[in-house]
Design a protein around this ligand. Sequence first.
Ligand SMILES: *Cc1c(COP(=O)(O)O)cnc(C)c1O
Length: 371
Amino acid sequence: MNSHSISLVQPFVDRKTIISVTKVLQSKQIVQGKKVEEFEQLLSKTLGSPFAIVVNSGTAALHAALLALEVGHGDEVITTSFSFIATVNAILMTGATPVCVDIDPLTFLIDVKQVKGAITKKTKAILTVDLYGQPCDYRELRNIARQHKLKIISDACQAIGASYFGKPLTKYADIVCLSLYATKNIMTGEGGVVLTNSIRIDKKIRRLRHHGQSPERRYAYFELGYNYRLTDIAAAIGIEQLPHLQAWTQKRNDHASLYTHLLANISGITLPMVKKDRTHVFHQYTIRVTKEAKLDRDELHSFLAERGVPTAVYYPTIMPNQPQVISAIPFKKEKFKLAIQASKEVLSLPIHPFLSKKDIHFIATQIKELL
Ligand SMILES: *Cc1c(COP(=O)(O)O)cnc(C)c1O
């Protein structure tokens, strides 16, 4: 057995973080203030985005982004069927209709051909999800968006720092949303970020974050807004995380390469595919356990757990098949064959940056023995 226990995720909190958070707690400014401002400047510089606005969750970032593009009642937003529920919930919160489409089985990402087929007169935007940390097919998506005058919002909650043709995703999407939830590649406990190249969108998101308050006059509200502010306590955590982003992403990629090397040629499992024109930040290393395998996905998950290897299923049910979504939009399972198959086969292995090579070897050996 392994000498220490392997965890699926491991949020990083060092002495510097504790000192910095303590200083905020001892100051008179614990809610949105100087630390939030400093964190936003650091995010903008590190991620190569002219504007970065922090909010208190990735879901808040998505909701505010849709509102900033004037998405609301009567509009349709095309999105994937295979993601965390927040993607579809953010659309529903605006009153618009989510139009979910099937995935590309090789990458688990939204299928561009399906996007084309789903466009109607009511379509306002495409909400792409860079699932597991891999960017979508943004060249093709950009072309479709241009032709049909649609906006693109990227749900990059799992893909902070990812790039496409060497460029940050803000080059392709009108708005990019990130999550800083405790298990994401960098975190502030709860938190989110909106990235954009547009000063108009930047201003709008800043108003939405604070009850729609006019920037000129306190306590004057001309539009409906929310309380989506982040605290200085959370920003202080983020400021200590961000300098590690590059090294941690490198570690995740190193782990992924080692897994791909060690798990090659096992009958019944399919390894993640990274397209050449983009960088994958490996928020998850997700394999498929197919019909040819000796065990099914759930059996492999349980037997690995018994051997001290935690794994997870992201996600066991596709979004359009959630009762809460069906109550708004009837579910037709023929439309989502590939996403449904993925939901039955996917299994994510531990990949956080604090695992050692030995851990990866240990995990790969357990999988080989079981299969
Ligand atoms: C984490 C996540 C979100 C939501 O982020 P929160 O910060 O938890 O609100 C949205 N979409 C995807 C794909 C995510 O992984």
